[in-house]
Design a protein around this ligand. Structure first.
Ligand code: F6R
Length: 614
């Protein structure tokens, strides 16, 4: 939520910052702004709406040349998305400008204090309070870095703050708590960003900042301290993807490109998972084997699509390991006083590694003595850094707001974890694990087959563009696939969509079925006859009530064909792995339906990638 950029160097700060904002716009697009230090003053511009509005403004009224600047693209929390509430916010004297991501929880008290001091706020934001506090410190004689430390010690909540002082050209200061910030290291220039996409066109050398740390960058130097000014330890890393991965490559949407990248993302996530003796190895797992053997329970947490990935994984993990596995919304977890302890492994799934609900949940779990294993796609992000172990999904940057390759690789990483635990706990023989691994290795090709046959799904989207509601049904591992299909449609096409367990149909949802309702049904492979046959019965029940049935089943499944208005053929896979192929047509359908409806697929309304506030 909110994208932040900072730059010091010899290039045009305006160009570097706006370029960075373009790559971070997926984090929020309610408004955008930039502030530069030029000729002993702050020069700034900000505009409500997408970045293009700011770019038009800057084209008409360019800011003075400068090598020091900050920028922001906003997802509104406090105050409407208008020009006044847009960042940067400038202190009353005009000396300090800052941008902020997060929520200052004690902002009301701070605002009252500032108002008592004679300051009138011009915006409705919590951010302006920080700008005025910082301005007051600097006007009182404090150095900008010292002033930021002083202010941060008073703030409660979540924040990344990046600030400049008109009288300190060539310096940008920043601080973070519960909100992301990375430093990019260039030659004679340095960068700040909410994530590395902000500066990937300039450098792939990055530094992660820890909790309650502050950084000051100049063109040639960078210094990290805690909020008391003590030097802090940091981790430097090389980003393993480049600019081309963050571009659309001829696709109309990042989402469509990311759907097509899934075979490669799966293949990359599978790389390097074998030890020399042929056993499965997960190098990043830093939890001792003896501890893993003592695990009595697994709790998977995540939000949205990541939560559904956990729901898919539960079936496989329990089946392979016989360890009871629960799946819970991270946003609910810590508020219900959950029973977790040293013998519970908490698995936190997060593409971004920054989702605030998930982050708070893992901290809670650790306080209760649980070990936390993160499944994450973003190197250097907070959730893997604070976890005891991590399995990275190697999907590359996911820029479309709706998660696609993130989901598939999360499911795959969970499978790897399940197989690894089965190996450690001896609940599966080596050859059984090898057989599943071999099937997993065939999945990139099978997903490619689904992509190659997408024309039928693309056609469906045009046909259903006026439908106000769509239902998705599935059983077993197909149930979370149905939930994911419905979520994709809601967030992209803005229509009512619901996912249900097919077995629940007769317990209520069947009442909504009539001839106007399209119903997608995910049919399990025929290997598990009972599951398969019961789902086919459900389809007959739906058909009997006049609904149109769009059935996702094995391509040669003749038993289902008579009841399907449309049969979307899937490759043959085992039941537990079917979500990897069955989800893909639903992603394509949602992407295409939103395109047909003229929506912005990559930046759906009201949403932002990376939800860094609770
Ligand atoms: C839906 C979607 C969201 C995210 C959720 C968690 O398409 O993208 O539901 O899955 O916000 O995000 P991460 O995985 O970054 O924690």
């Amino acid at each position: 939520m909110c994208g932040i950029v900072g730059y010091v160097g010899t290039k045009s700060a305006q160009e570097v910052v706006v370029d960075g904002l373009r790559r971070l716009e997926y984090r929020g697009y309610d408004s955008a702004g930039v502030a530069l230090v030029a000729d002993g003053a702050i020069a700034s511009a900000k505009k409500a709406g997408k970045l293009a509005n700011l770019e038009n403004e800057l084209a008409a009224l360019p800011l003075p040349a400068s090598g020091t600047g900050i920028g922001h693209t906003r997802w509104a929390t406090h105050g409407a998305p208008n020009d006044i509430n847009a960042h940067p916010h400038v202190s009353r004297s005009g000396r300090v400008a800052l941008v902020h991501n997060g929520i200052i929880e004690n902002f009301a008290a701070l605002r009252t204090e500032l108002e008592a001091d004679g300051l009138t706020m011009t915006s409705e934001t919590d951010t302006e309070v920080v700008a005025q506090l910082l301005g007051r410190e600097v006007d009182g004689g404090a150095d900008i870095a010292e002033a930021l430390r002083t202010v941060c010690r008073r703030l409660e909540g979540a924040f990344t703050i990046v600030a400049v002082d008109a009288q300190a050209p060539g310096r940008v200061v920043a601080a973070r708590r519960n909100s992301p910030l990375v430093v990019g290291l260039g030659e004679g220039e340095n960068f700040l960003g909410s994530d590395v996409a902000a500066f990937i066109s300039h450098t792939r050398e990055a530094v992660e900042l820890g909790q309650d740390q502050m950084v000051e960058i100049t063109a040639d130097d960078w210094q990290v301290t805690d909020f008391d000014g003590n030097p802090a330890t940091t981790k430097r890393y090389h980003v393993d993807w480049d600019l081309s991965a963050a571009q659309k490559d001829g696709f109309d949407w990042f989402m469509r490109k990311e759907i097509h990248e899934q075979p490669r993302a799966l293949a990359d996530t599978l790389l390097g998972r074998y030890a020399e003796d042929g056993s499965l190895t997960l190098d990043e797992i830093r939890i001792a084997v003896s501890e893993l053997r003592s695990i009595q329970r697994i709790v998977i947490i995540g939000c949205g699509t990541a939560h559904y990935a956990g729901m898919v994984a539960k079936y496989a993990i329990e089946h392979w390991t016989r360890i009871p596995c629960e799946v819970e919304l991270a946003s609910e977890f810590r508020y219900r006083d959950p029973i977790v302890g040293p013998q519970t492994l908490v698995v936190a799934i997060s593409q971004s590694g920054e989702t605030a609900d998930t982050l708070m949940a893992i901290r809670y779990a650790q306080e209760q003595g649980s070990k936390v294993l993160a499944i994450c796609n973003t190197n250097g992000s907070t959730i893997p850094r604070e976890s005891n172990a991590v399995i990275y999904t190697h999907a590359g940057p996911e820029i479309g707001v709706a998660s696609t390759k993130g989901f598939l690789t999360q499911v795959l990483a969970c499978y790897l974890l399940g197989l690894y635990l089965a190996q450690v706990k001896n609940t599966k023989f080596g050859d059984e694990i090898a057989a599943v691994m071999s099937e997993l290795e065939s999945m990139p090709d099978k997903v490619q087959q689904v992509l190659d046959a997408q024309q039928q799904v693309l056609g469906l989207a045009a046909e259903f563009s006026d439908n106000p509601s769509v239902l998705f049904l599935g059983r077993h591992a197909g149930y979370p696939v149905a939930l994911e299909g419905a979520l994709k449609l809601k967030e992209l096409a803005y229509i009512h969509a619901e996912g249900f367990a097919a077995g629940e149909l007769k317990h209520g949802p069947i009442a909504v079925i009539d001839q106007d309702l399209p119903v997608f049904v995910v049919v399990p492979p025929r290997g598990r006859d009972m599951l398969h046959d019961k789902t086919v019965s459900n389809i007959q029940e739906i058909r009997a009530r006049g609904a149109r049935t769009i059935v996702l089943a094995e391509a040669d499944d003749q038993t289902v064909a008579p009841y399907a208005d449309v049969l979307i053929g899937l490759p043959k896979v085992s039941t537990l792995l079917q979500p990897l192929v069955a989800t893909v047509p639903l992603q394509i359908f949602a992407c295409e339906l939103a395109t047909v409806k003229g929506h912005d697929v990559d930046q759906p309304r009201n949403l932002a990638k990376s939800v860094t506030v609770e």
